[in-house]
Structures are given as C-alpha cells and as structure tokens.
Ligand binder design. Structure first.
Ligand code: MF3
Ligand code: CO
Length: 236
C-alpha cells in the first residue's frame, strides 16, 4: 500500500503542472494511466463496477465519479477533483485532490481549503483508543463551522486488498458501527463538501453525482494507517 501511495502522490504532483485552462479531463485520465503503467502498477478504478476510466474527474457542481472526457474542456475559474486508486501487488491506495483551474474565486478556494482542513482535523482522532465517529465529528464540525454542507450519500471506508472495505467512515455523525480504532487499521478518510445543500443526484451516465442545488463541491482524501502515535498518511 505504501508503494502504491507513493505513485498516487507523484500523480498529484504531475497533475499540478498539467491542470490549466484548455486541457480536457481526458488529459488527466491519460496522465494517470501513463504514470501507473510507468511504475508497473494498475489503476484500480478502471473496470470497477464497469467504471470506464482510471480516475474520477468531478468539475464544479459535480461531487464524485465524474467520467473523464475529451469534450470536457476546463476553463479558468473551474475546480476539478481528481480521485484515483492505485493498486500494487493486490493492495490499494486511494486519494483525491481538488485543483483550481487558473485563477479561481476566493469562495472556491475557501471550499477547497476547508475540505483539506476537515481531513486533517478529522485524522487527529485516528489514534488507538478513539472511535470511528470521533473522526466523523471533527470533519463535520470543521465543514459546518465554515457554513458549508457535508455530503451524506458518499462516505470514507476501510481499504486494503479491496478498494472499499468495512468500516464505512461517514463525514458526519450518524448511527452505525462505531469501532475503536486500532494500530494497523488502514482507512480512507475523504471529506466531500459543498457550498449549499448536501443533497445529490446521479446523472444519466449512471456515475456522475452532482449537487441538486448546483452549489460547487470539493473533495480531499488520503489513505492512512493507524499507528501507536500519529496516523501515517501514505498518499501525501
Ligand atoms: N476512489 C473512490 C473513493 O474514494 C471510488 C471511485 S469509484 C470508481 O472511494 F468506480 F470510480 F472506482
Ligand atoms: Co475513497
């Protein structure tokens, strides 16, 4: 998982240079595909429940699972979240970053920064002795404290030899399994947040989830390992 995580972080570094007005979301997919191949690894999203690409590219009001396309050209001021899973020797690393395209509004930057801050506040509780919901609560408080909404329909998750393992890790406090966190657990913590109401719907392509009210969304994710001390972030 650590080896896969290193390639995930390399991809994010390369995407920083690639993403600018005029590129297509297919260009993002090509870069991901090329970089995993170069390292003898696999893009685990491709073919997952029939998903057709190596990365999810979700633009503006798209929350998750946007499908890359050569016809989706990014413009100045857009934001695009790039969510990808690299697989190496049967083990997975999952992460997401939201990028601004050229110069973006202060509001959009605030949304992006809040998703990232929610992740880091949340994982302060990813230590033995605390419980799963302690992560969820910190994420929710951070996001709602800025006046933004927390997406309910998609959640973080355990990860290992499968992309999605138990437990589910909601970004808000709700009833459900609330295990104690233990050394060696590997989890993907992923705040998905929006400007307005958290309700989402899936478009006719059966993948792309968008906010119902059209507010923009941001997504920040890393795969982490619970240790004796601070969590280890393997996709940074
Ligand atoms: N990477 C996503 C997550 O954060 C899942 C992508 S679903 C897929 O859990 F179908 F695109 F693979
Ligand atoms: Co994930």
């Amino acid at each position: 998982m650590r080896e896969a995580g290193k390639v995930v972080s390399l991809i994010f570094k390369r995407l920083e240079d690639l993403i600018r007005p005029g590129i297509s979301t297919k260009d993002i997919d090509d870069l991901v595909e090329r970089t995993v191949k170069e390292h003898g690894m696999k893009a685990a999203e491709k073919g997952y429940y029939g998903y057709p690409a190596s990365v999810c590219t979700s633009v503006n009001e798209e929350v998750v699972h946007g499908i890359p396309s050569k016809d989706r050209i990014l413009s100045e001021g857009d934001i695009v979240s790039c969510d990808l899973v690299v697989e190496y020797k049967g083990y997975m690393a999952d992460a997401c970053r939201t990028y601004g395209v050229g110069k973006i509004s202060e509001d959009a930057q605030h949304l992006i920064d809040t998703a990232e801050r929610a992740f880091f506040n949340g994982i302060k509780n990813a230590v033995p002795g605390k419980r799963l919901r302690d992560i969820s609560r910190e994420v929710q408080n951070t996001v709602e404290g800025e006046g933004f909404g927390v997406i309910r329909d998609y959640v973080g998750h355990g990860i290992g030899s499968e992309m999605h393992e138990d437990p589910q890790i909601p970004n808000y406090v709700c009833p459900g399994p609330n295990p104690r966190l233990q050394k060696g657990m590997t989890i993907a913590v992923e705040p998905m947040i929006c400007e307005g109401n958290w309700k989402v719907k899936v478009l006719d392509d059966d993948w792309t989830a968008v906010t119902v009210d059209g507010g923009w969304a941001a997504h920040y994710e890393n795969t982490i390992v619970v240790t004796d001390g601070e969590p280890e972030i393997i996709t940074l």
